[in-house]
Each structure stands twice: as C-alpha cells, then as structure tokens.
Design a binder for this molecule. Structure first.
Ligand code: ATP
Ligand code: ATP
Ligand code: CA
Length: 220
C-alpha cells in the first residue's frame, strides 16, 4: 500500500530514509532549511522544499498534517527537533518518528508524543560493539533491556548436519531460530524442526540476552 511520508532534515540519516522510501515506491516530501541539501534531493524525492520547519505557518503551508508519517531527522539542533516534533504532534499526524541525539533528548521526544524515537548512532554503536566482542555475532539488535535479535555464525562442528529438532534447539538454548542465512541463497525464514544446520550457516535467533551469550560461547 502506498503511503506518504514527510522527512524533515536531510542529513545522512534523513537522506538515507528518503532514498530507501523512494526505492520502495513511496511518496516522499523532503524538507530542509539548507538549500544545498534540498538541491541534492530535488531529483530523488517526490517533492523537495527549502523551509525552516520551526515555523508553524511553514509547516501548515506544506500540508504536514495530511501526511501518514512524519520523520523528524534533525539532529544537532535539539531545540528545533523538539519544537518541530511538538508542532507536528499538535497537527494530528498519526505516526511521528524522531531522531534523538542523546538519552535526555529521547525522553523529551517520547513525552511530547513521538511514536518512535530512534538513536541511530547509539544503536549502530551497540551492534558494532557486540560484533567486536564476539566475532561470531554478526549482527545484534536490542529489542528491550532483556531481549535481543542476533545473527550468529555457526562455527562449532557439533551443530553441523543436525536438524533443529535433533539439536533440541529451543529447549537447550531458550532461543527461537527465526531465519537461517546460507551463502547467497534466499534466507530460510521461520525454519521448521526438520531444517538441517550446515557449516557456516548464520542463525538469526531471538531470545533473552543471556541465552544469546550462551549460544555465542558454544561457538568457540
Ligand atoms: P546526520 O547526523 O543525519 O548526518 P547532520 O549531522 O548533517 O545529520 P543535523 O544537525 O543532524 O545534521 O541536521 C540534519 C538536517 O536537518 C540538516 O541538513 C539541517 O540543515 C536540517 N535542519 C536543521 N534544523 C532545521 C529546521 N529548523 N528546519 C529544516 N531543516 C532543519
Ligand atoms: P515444542 O516441543 O518446543 O513445543 P513443537 O512441539 O512445536 O515444539 P516442532 O515444531 O516439531 O515441535 O519442533 C521440535 C523441536 O525442534 C522443538 O522442540 C525445538 O527444540 C526445535 N525447533 C523447531 N523449530 C525451531 C525453531 N524455529 N527454533 C528453535 N528450535 C526449533
Ligand atoms: Ca549528526
């Protein structure tokens, strides 16, 4: 289903969201106060406009209230980010995603009604740190304080050639395998009990942090 998106702030973060949404066939209004940034997106976004989003009249004239999703991708100027998020909320936009610069900023954005607050630098830092600590953890996403999703490289030969059932995977590790990535093949999504684990498979698992750590230790 086609939806419309407005992105305010065309730094690396907002810009990358814009390109990806356009690639997936969505309509995107791109807004930035910096003319050079807007010129860069002129031929990419559905519409690209130079405007200071902190100005309420400007937001109204852009018809921001009619968008399904508004992404506030202003980073450094925390005051602008907060003010814009607040105005967009008051206009009744149903889904607001805002980028936070730090934990305090995040709390304010949540309080004033951002539906999703993202911290790209922090999240990328966590993903990289888990990968630096263990070379078998290829990717990592914290779902909450207790749960995560991790992609683990199977490097222990005891796993090779065995089905998830034979490994008694769920009971032994407390984790669900949500996908198996193998070479360049399409991933095997929601594998069943009879799926055979092979050398160098990447298991995408979901579960408690300590269970992810335990599985990771088993690979060494
Ligand atoms: P990123 O971290 O995503 O690479 P950046 O560090 O280049 O971004 P930020 O300060 O995070 O820059 O701001 C992102 C964009 O938001 C910039 O292009 C900036 O011009 C734009 N921006 C800042 N304030 C406003 C505003 N009031 N109205 C519109 N755009 C704004
Ligand atoms: P359970 O005994 O856990 O209720 P089940 O009765 O649904 O599982 P199956 O789905 O046939 O039985 O799976 C048998 C066993 O294979 C499970 O107990 C589990 O250990 C393992 N298994 C199957 N699929 C997965 C998966 N996607 N992730 C982790 N383990 C799995
Ligand atoms: Ca930045």
């Amino acid at each position: 289903m086609k939806q419309n998106f407005a992105i305010i702030g065309l730094g690396r973060f907002g810009g990358s969201i814009c390109r990806t949404l356009i690639e997936s066939g969505q309509e995107v209004l791109a807004v930035d106060s910096n003319e050079d940034r807007v010129n860069e997106y002129m031929n990419i976004a559905t519409h690209a406009v130079v405007a200071n989003a902190q100005d309420e009249m400007t937001l109204r004239s852009l018809g921001i209230r009619n968008f399904d999703h508004v992404i506030v991708a202003i980073g450094e100027d925390i005051q602008a980010s907060i003010l814009v998020t607040l105005m967009v909320k008051e206009m009744g936009v149903p889904d607001i995603v805002a980028k936070a610069q730090n934990e305090y900023h995040a709390r304010v954005l949540e309080k004033i009604g951002a539906d999703r607050v993202v911290h790209p630098e922090r999240d990328m830092g966590q993903r990289l740190a888990h990968n630096l600590v263990s070379k078998n953890i290829l990717d990592y996403l914290e779902l909450s304080d207790e749960f995560s999703l991790a992609e683990i490289n199977v490097t222990n030969r005891k796993f090779y050639g065995k089905t998830l059932n034979e490994l008694d995977f769920r009971r032994r590790f407390g984790l669900n395998v949500v996908a198996i990535r193998r070479d360049k093949q399409d991933p095997i999504v929601t594998p069943g009990a009879e799926e055979v684990v092979q050398k160098d498979d990447h298991l995408v698992v979901i579960g408690r942090d300590e269970d992810v750590d335990y599985l990771d230790e088993k690979m060494n």
